[in-house]
Design a protein around this ligand. Structure first.
Ligand SMILES: Cc1cc2nc3c(=O)[nH]c(=O)nc-3n(C[C@H](O)[C@H](O)[C@H](O)COP(=O)(O)OP(=O)(O)OC[C@H]3O[C@@H](n4cnc5c(N)ncnc54)[C@H](O)[C@@H]3O)c2cc1C
Length: 467
């Protein structure tokens, strides 16, 4: 029988597998995806948020624990467990040397709309390279890896893990780490969670999934049925407005359109619906998915002019281009008269002073509802561009309640040999909202804890068996 069974094949699972193996345990990792699609959402990531008290290799200045904690407190509105959050934050300061040891490389952040050089360490080659490095290291260390291995249920006796099942196959282990992601790829579950709106629409039917198709939430549902303690709200998720032409799954980072704060955003009725210049884009990009989800038909249109070009990371699909605004309205199939009224009202309301996209500048609208608080400049210089945007789900927050040892709980009692990491428990730290890079901080911190704890639990299990 193997010592530690790790279920999942993304960052959290790999961190757990590597730590358990380093602690001397025999480890089997079960990844539901085939090899070429391995790595879950982690393969799409770019960076991890790191606490540091002074400049460090790819990180500038300092990002102390208290500031990281205040950022987390702000974005979650208090829906976070301080003990687990601080544990994540502290772990983020010391994990990079360990990551390097397993082949992960870092690079300074690129300039663009996301100003993250102080807070986030970027992976050289992105999450794909990180995942590949971890798999390579795991193989070298003797971790057994199985692809096409979707676990559908667990055998749990008195709160203790006994075995996992893939169809009729039964796999026993002394301890287990669950790291099988959220339920964001499960469209039925998203539909049920979001329900029907006042217009009779099922908003989730128009959602796109930014990452893997393999995070179906099978084990979250199974653990709910088994009576595990659950945390989080199924409608809470990280949700970004992405290019409506993105594929249903795995569009990844390149489908994001980071131009909203440089222009205006319209709904299907060609009307504005929110302040595009409320705050810096890194602090606002994650609210636009939900804002678009609340609009008729769950679609929005980002409109910019040529002045915006070169000021944001170009998305993979080019925008719809026109030489005049009426032509753009027609090409986007928006009501031309309403579109022109919205654009003329906006252009007339702009009070342009000193445009500076790197600060909260003094270009704003007057007597316009909703206002545009910063970076408001008339959209008047051809060519004009339009991007249709849809809600893109990154990951869900519903998961299993844990303690600082990453133990799964049943009626408040921690399991001795069942642990959980990554998206399956991120809701303990991130009950709501998001701050860039924290998903990987949580998965790395708790993946490593879960792996260490599982190896220790397996040792205790062996000692009991020998006694
Ligand atoms: C486009 C995109 C960009 C992102 N960028 C960033 C970023 O830059 N920084 C950041 O911090 N976060 C980012 N995130 C969020 C980040 O991806 C997650 O927080 C993190 O990867 C979660 O890691 P995980 O190991 O828990 O889940 P995943 O990496 O999703 O891994 C889950 C794994 O479980 C497997 N699995 C699922 N069900 C089963 C089953 N029943 N049996 C066996 N295996 C199963 C899946 O195949 C997958 O391998 C991004 C997400 C997306 C989609």
């Amino acid at each position: 029988m193997v010592d530690v069974l790790v279920i999942g094949g993304g960052n959290a699972a790999l961190c757990a597998a590597l730590m358990a193996r380093e602690a001397g345990a025999s480890v089997l990792l079960l990844e539901s995806a085939p090899r070429e699609w391995r790595g879950g959402n982690s393969q799409h990531t770019r960076n991890l948020r790191c606490m540091h008290d002074a400049p460090q290799d790819v990180l500038s200045d300092a990002y102390p624990e208290e500031e990281f904690w205040q950022d987390l407190l702000k974005v979650t509105g208090g829906a976070t467990n301080e003990k687990l959050a601080r544990l994540t934050i502290r772990a983020s300061s010391s994990c990079r040397d360990w990551m390097r040891k397993h082949g992960v490389r870092f690079q300074p952040s690129l300039a663009g709309t996301l100003h993250l050089s102080r807070t986030n360490a970027f992976f050289m080659g992105g999450g794909k390279a990180l995942v590949n490095a971890y798999y390579r290291s795991a193989e070298n260390l003797g971790v057994q890896i199985r692809y096409n291995a979707p676990v559908d249920s667990l055998e749990i006796r008195d709160g203790q893990f006994v075995a996992a099942r893939i169809g009729n196959e039964r796999i026993e282990a002394k301890a287990c780490v669950l790291a099988a992601g959220g339920f964001e790829s499960n469209r039925e579950w998203l539909r049920e969670a979001w329900g029907q709106n006042e217009r009779g629409e099922w908003p989730a039917d128009n959602f796109l999934i930014r990452g893997t198709r393999f995070n179906q939430g099978v084990l979250i549902k199974h653990m709910m049925d088994q009576g595990a303690d659950i945390i989080g709200d199924p409608t809470q998720a990280h949700c970004v407005a992405i290019d409506a032409r993105a594929p249903l799954y795995d569009g990844g980072i390149v489908t994001r359109v980071d131009a909203v704060s440089l222009g205006v955003m319209l709904n299907r009725e060609a009307k504005r619906f929110y302040d595009e210049g409320e705050d810096f884009w890194p602090k606002r990009y994650a609210i636009w998915g939900r804002l678009v989800a609340l609009q008729p038909g769950q679609i929005g249109y980002c409109i910019i002019d040529s002045k915006a070009i070169g000021r944001f990371m170009p998305p993979v699909f080019p925008g719809v281009t026109a030489q005049t605004l009426p032509e753009l309205a027609r090409k986007l199939q928006l009501d031309e008269a309403v579109f022109m009224k919205t654009m003329n009202d906006y252009n007339a309301a702009c009070r342009v002073a000193t445009f500076d996209h790197t600060v909260l500048d003094d270009c704003h609208t007057e007597n316009l509802s909703p206002p545009k608080t910063h970076w408001a400049r008339p959209i008047d210089t051809a060519p004009f561009y339009g991007y249709a945007l849809r809600p893109g789900i990154t990951f869900t927050y519903l998961g299993l309640r844990i303690n600082e040892k990453a133990q799964v709980h049943f009626n408040g009692v921690p399991s001795e040999n069942l642990f959980v990491a990554g998206e399956m428990m991120a809701g303990n730290v991130l009950g709501r909202g998001y701050t860039a890079g924290v998903g990987m901080s949580i998965g790395t911190a708790f993946g490593r804890i879960a792996g260490t704890q599982a190896a220790a639990a397996a040792r205790v299990g062996s000692e009991h068996a020998a006694a």
